[in-house]
Design a protein around this ligand. Structure first.
Ligand code: UDP
Length: 238
């Protein structure tokens, strides 16, 4: 039998079951954009930049009563071990769509009719959890751009590995034979879930435990997102 990844509640990287990887967030990392953020969940690294609100191109895409979001998710070729072919694929289009849906309901889009807000997310290094890191970064970048929102969206995945419910899976854990992974995004202030995805089989009890674990994770992440924005603001006003 192959060796277990999790022994007595301790994971391969030394974390406990309900622990998130070391999280780093920095707001305002791209001078050229209206807002930006850099996020690290352990060795998963992402940068997000926001442009707008601005005119819509092509014009026929504009909405008379609200702004539209144009979201792009991209993994750069050296973000993974098997060099990734540059450009978009089915997976990146799907992730851009779910990220857009995770963010749009908390942005006051109706304040900017006939406008577009561009959100770019570049995955610099991937070790699972890239979509949740991207959402966490995009939310800080939107706030940094001064886009009015009901609050910050925070995001993390939790799942099951070798029968244990665990927070913030690495690629090694995700690849375990019985593993399932549920990326969740929420308006941490209220607990309102804006993204919940799942592949594989899980019982209702497991799903409940997993979602509860992401809730605590998102509340912790929101604090660090807020701190990053305050640090940027303080640096600008010093
Ligand atoms: N991955 C990869 N090459 C790819 C796509 C994904 O190596 O073309 C890896 C990468 O580490 C990624 C992980 O598989 O983070 C899990 O991918 P998934 O589609 O589940 O999305 P994520 O967990 O990154 O949001």
């Amino acid at each position: 039998m192959s060796e277990k990844l999790i022994n007595k509640g301790i994971r391969p990287d030394g974390r406990k079951l309900d622990e998130i990887r070391p999280l780093k967030i920095k707001a305002g990392v791209v001078d050229r954009a209206d807002g930006s953020a850099y996020v690290e969940f352990g060795t998963t690294k992402v940068i997000s930049a926001v442009y707008g609100p601005k005119k819509v191109h092509p014009r026929h895409m504009e909405k008379s009563k609200k702004a539209i979001l144009k979201v792009r998710y991209n993994m750069i070729p050296f973000s993974v071990y098997d060099r990734k072919r540059p450009g978009y694929d089915k997976r990146s289009v799907e992730i851009a769509k779910v990220v857009s849906e995770a963010l749009e309901n908390v942005i006051f889009l109706e304040e900017f009719p006939k406008s577009a807000i561009d959100i770019d997310m570049e995955i610099i290094q991937a070790d699972a959890g890239t979509r949740v890191a991207a959402i966490t970064a995009a939310s800080v970048a939107l706030a940094d751009a001064g886009i009015p929102m009901r609050g910050l969206i925070s995001s993390v995945a939790a799942g099951r590995v070798e029968g244990n419910i665990v927070l913030d899976l690495t690629k090694e854990e995700e690849d375990a034979s019985d593993a399932i992974d549920l990326p969740v995004a929420m308006l941490a202030r209220t607990g309102e879930i804006t993204l919940l995805q799942m592949d594989g089989d899980a019982s209702v009890d497991e799903i409940e435990k997993i979602v509860r674990m992401t809730e605590k994770g998102c509340k912790d992440i929101e604090k660090i997102q807020g701190k990053a924005l305050i640090e940027k603001y303080n640096a600008n006003t010093a």
